[in-house]
Write a protein that binds this ligand. Sequence first.
Ligand code: FES
Ligand SMILES: [Fe+2]
Length: 429
Amino acid sequence: MLTHAENELMCRVGPATAMGAALRRYWLPALASAELPEPAGDPVHVELLGEHFVAFRDSEGRVGLLDEACCHRGASLLLGRVEGCGLRCIYHGWKFAVDGKVLETPNVPDGKFKDRIRARAHPVREAGGLIWTYLGPAELEPSFPDWLWHSLPASNVLVTHHFVDCNYIQVIEGLVDSSHLGILHSNGLRASLDSDLGYATKVSGMQFDLAPRIEEEATDFGFHYAALRAGKEGGNAAEVRVTAFVMPCVVLNPNGDVATLIVPANDTRSRFFHVWWDPVKAVGEEPLRSETLRFVGLDRQSMQNFGIAADSTALERPSRLNRFHQNREAIRNGTSFSGIAGLVEEDVAASASGGAIRDRTKEMLSVADLAVGRLYRIYLESVRRVASGLAPVGLDTGVDLGRARGVNAQLPRSSDWRSLVPQHRKTAA
Ligand code: FES
Ligand SMILES: [Fe+2]
């Protein structure tokens, strides 16, 4: 449980907020590479931490991220034209390079004028199917995170994105909450018993113990937490699933080959990326690509039906007003527990149904929510650190991301789950 003030502090992310300042200290995934598929294609809108940007790829394939409002007199650069190595505003024709350099100002007689001004552009890095940006002070830019999947060819990486209409913490807390899996996702877990898809086989055991023991520990990057369940066969074995939360927005799933990255578009809308990777299997290509996406409900058709695709209209989006597209008849006739088709769609409904920014002054956390409590503390600690001139969690020690792991295994009950993450480095609680 948090006070109202703590909840507000944790959830508000705009430019003038304390959490906004903390989140702006990290590299953040802004959009998927697939949203800018070709050089000199159409610019796209990106909303991140309550600010509006335009992303474009110039004719050389370089990506730029500029403020959406033209620095001349504010026309939207979404209407702009990508011409060669720059983006031209259609109002007075000013043209900007990906780094914000002003290339042309055709309505200004002084040819040197353009050299004295600059558009607000943000550093961009493209890796592993995502385009990342850094919105913080230039002198505090951290090193770029080197994730496991960055070195793999595109054929071995699968990236998706969808939107959830609620605050980002609500989305992330669902990802560090193993105990909902066997209940909310009981349909999907049942189906996993009949599937030989890698994802399905790794999650199927969760349906046999609905009350896992949760343990967690703070680390230099955020925290690891473990869900320990009675094994399927009973006996002395425990089924252990260890999740890593890496500040500020990455959750490494215990399956070991999928990461979820959640960034606030604004205080009440979140962008959710999935990244699957496999050093051997071509998960980014057919048939694995479609099989994986269909199993979790992230295929194009499911996202459109449920209204969570980037181009879904406000009316199509799942909300309390349309009861999150829940099928009550399926609940009544016993064919579905949740009445919602798709693992991702169930999560969206559960997260967003708490309201745009959930009231945490009334919640009753239990031992099942130990990792959720840790999540709150890590965010609030980061805010406090930044407010007092220090680096937020995960940026102060030159964190080695190799220490963060998602992993699952059968262990003897007497074993310590930390043996599955030998690189785990505990920090003070
Ligand atoms: S507003 Fe963009 S060039 Fe004038
Ligand atoms: Fe879930």
